[in-house]
Every structure is written in structure tokens, then in C-alpha cells.
Design a protein around this ligand. Structure first.
Ligand code: ADP
Ligand code: MG
Length: 351
């Protein structure tokens, strides 16, 4: 009886995820660095909700957002990874998976994906934990799965053929590759932040293997540290820098358009509008699984960017797609629950 119930729960959970179109959105709030600065995050619920307060309005207007999960400033890398692990492991079962870090410069994207900026190996990021996991699973299964890594830190001025493909044997190999990629990544300083990175970094892992019945598996995992999403002020960026910034903002909005189209189950998905979405096409949509980390800085002077990041992320999340969709979900879920109840009753009678 117990195992059956667990199995049914699992089925219900999977169905719920299917109904959500395999897009999940996690929000991560980094710690506040400026002690005197006001904090814009007013409340974090453990149900994935979040309340943001406008620090400049005397009456302090609130905005509420809902995501699949919210990680507060004290959340550790391990906690974040724990909620990502199942998704990453599903790559070994043949699913294409895409994980994005989105947010303004300085909000913690690289911290989540790679680890702290001081290079400390204590708080390693998702990239390393994921690779470690995949290597471990492939060695336990002893079924000749190989991992192929494509590390591509392309400046927007360069084209994709610059991406390199490497066969790797251990997480250490990957670490070295990532370091090289990070070196190649160009940093342009803006008035906002000198570490500002004006490029996307994409780490792709290809998995080749066989499933239990001997069928070929070829899946891939994209780990994407996106360029900063902040709007550019024309007075602060000129010439090539401004063009570059506009180009980046365009590729981010194209990504948003693709995710929204997928979330709304549109028949036309505008993959071809940017290189980024073309590159990731096989892992966006279909039965691919997607996770977006929306990163926000809690400081008052980031309020505008925080709201725009949360709105972008909300748009990507089917959970809030409006009444029609939600109703459809709830009626389907209700039906499933009824089915499960029926099965449980049938089981109880047998026992
Ligand atoms: P981004 O990649 O979005 O520009 P970073 O990841 O470089 O931002 O983060 C900016 C700074 O804040 C870095 O020094 C980083 O180590 C630190 N940081 C970001 N997120 C956290 C966190 N959750 N805990 C501790 N430090 C963080
Ligand atoms: Mg970064």
C-alpha cells in the first residue's frame, strides 16, 4: 500500500511538472553588501513567493511575485544544488536540460553557476557539482557513457564556430576548461560594475550512452551564465560598447520571447531571432527541461532592475500564466486526483 501511494504521488508530481511545460523558475537573492543600504526584499515565503518593496515611495508600495522556489540571502550553494540535482541527473536518462542564470550584473549569476569571485573552492557552483554528479553516475552505471564538453564563452562580436569541443575524463578537466573559458571571456567595464560581463557563457555537456533496453541515448545539458540584463544608459556607454550592450539586451529579450512562446504553448517558437536561442534550440521546448535562476540584488538602488528581472522571470513561469491556463491545470489535476483516489480505494479493498 505504502509503495503504491508513493508511486502515485510521484506520478502526480510528474504530471504537474508536465502541465507546467517543463519550465521552472527559481529566484535567488544574494546577500546585501552595503550595510547602510535599504533592502528591497520585504518577505520571502517558503512556497516560492516573494514580496518586494519600493524603497523610494513614502507609502512603500509592495509587489508580490510567485516562483517555483525562492532562495534567500542565506541559502547555501548546496541547498541550491539539492533542488537542481534531479534535473541534472535526468540528462543521463536522455533528457535535454538547459539551466540559465539571469539577472543584472552583480546579482550573483556567476556565483550560482561557478562559485565565488575570489575563486575559493569552498562554495563551488552548479557547474562543478553537476559535472561531478554526471561523472559519478556514469562510473557507477559502468555502461560506457561518455561525456563531451563544449565550453563556449563567446563574445557577441565573435561567432559560434569559436566554440571548442573537448573530451573530458574528470571534473578536474572541466575545471581547467572553465578557467580557460573565463579567461577568454571579455569584460567591459561600465559605470555600474567593473566586473560587468558583457557576454554569455555557455557550457554544454553531451552525453552518449545506452538505456536499459540497449537503445542509444544522446542528450545534452546546457549551463548558461547569461550576460547582465541591466538596461544601458546612453550617457554611460557609447560607440562599440553601446552597440554591444544593445545586442546583448536583444539576445536576452529573444530568449524571453522563446520561453514565453513555449510557456504559452504557441505553435511558432521564434528560435531564429538570436544566436543564443539557435544554439540552445534542441534544449528549449519539446520534452527538454528548463530551469531559470532569476538573480536579484536586494539593495535599494537596484530596485528598478530587480523589478524588471522578476517580471522577466515571471513571464517565463507558466505558473502565473493567467486564469485560463490555471483553470485548465486545476481541472486536469482534479481529474488525476480523483483517479488516484479511485486507485487507492481499489487497493484498500484488495488488501
Ligand atoms: P554576476 O555574475 O551576476 O555579475 P557575481 O556572481 O559576480 O554576479 O556576484 C557579485 C559578487 O557578489 C561576487 O563577489 C560574488 O562572489 C558575490 N555573491 C553573489 N551571490 C552571492 C551569495 N549568494 N553569497 C555570497 N556572495 C555572493
Ligand atoms: Mg558574472
Amino acid at each position: 500500500g505504502y509503495h503504491q501511494a508513493v508511486k502515485e504521488n510521484r506520478q502526480l508530481y510528474n504530471t504537474l511538472q508536465e502541465l507546467r511545460g517543463n519550465i521552472r523558475v527559481f529566484c535567488r537573492i544574494r546577500p546585501i553588501f552595503n550595510e547602510e543600504g535599504k533592502c528591497t526584499i520585504d518577505y520571502i515565503g517558503n512556497d516560492g513567493s516573494l514580496m518586494v518593496i519600493d524603497p523610494f515611495k513614502p507609502q512603500n508600495t509592495c509587489k508580490i511575485f510567485q516562483f517555483n522556489k525562492v532562495f534567500g540571502p542565506t541559502a547555501t550553494q548546496d541547498e541550491v544544488y539539492k533542488d537542481t540535482q534531479a534535473l541534472i541527473r535526468s540528462v543521463m536518462d536522455g533528457y535535454n536540460v538547459c539551466i540559465f542564470a539571469y539577472g543584472q550584473t552583480g546579482s550573483g549569476k556567476t556565483h550560482t553557476m561557478c562559485g565565488p569571485s575570489n575563486g575559493s573552492s569552498k562554495d563551488i557552483g552548479i557547474n562543478y557539482m553537476a559535472l561531478n554528479d554526471l561523472f559519478q553516475i556514469s562510473s557507477i552505471r559502468e555502461d560506457n557513457r561518455t561525456l563531451e564538453i563544449r565550453s563556449c564563452s563567446n563574445n557577441v562580436w565573435l561567432s559560434l564556430p569559436d566554440a571548442n569541443m573537448h573530451l573530458v575524463q574528470s571534473t578536474a578537466d572541466v575545471l581547467n576548461l572553465m578557467k580557460l573559458g573565463e579567461k577568454n571571456r571579455t569584460f567591459g567595464s561600465t559605470a555600474m560594475n567593473h566586473r560587468s560581463s558583457r557576454s554569455h557563457s555557455v557550457l554544454t555537456v553531451h552525453v552518449h550512452g545506452k538505456d536499459i533496453s540497449g537503445g542509444a541515448i544522446h542528450s545534452c545539458l546546457h549551463l548558461v551564465d547569461l550576460a547582465g540584463s541591466e538596461r544601458v544608459d546612453k550617457s554611460e556607454a557609447t560607440g562599440d560598447r553601446l552597440k554591444e550592450a544593445q545586442h546583448i539586451n536583444k539576445s536576452l529579450s529573444c530568449l524571453g520571447d522563446v520561453i514565453t512562446a513555449l510557456a504559452q504553448k504557441n505553435s511558432h517558437i521564434p528560435y531564429r531571432n538570436s544566436k543564443l536561442t539557435q544554439l540552445l534550440q534542441n534544449s528549449l521546448g519539446g520534452n527538454a527541461k528548463m530551469l531559470m535562476f532569476a538573480h536579484v540584488s536586494p539593495e535599494a538602488d537596484s530596485y528598478g532592475e530587480t523589478i524588471s528581472t522578476l517580471k522577466f522571470a515571471q513571464r517565463a513561469s507558466t505558473v502565473e500564466l493567467g486564469a485560463a491556463h490555471l483553470n485548465k491545470e486545476s481541472s486536469e489535476i482534479r481529474e488525476l486526483k480523483e483517479q488516484i483516489d479511485g486507485l487507492k480505494n481499489a487497493l484498500a479493498i484488495k488488501e
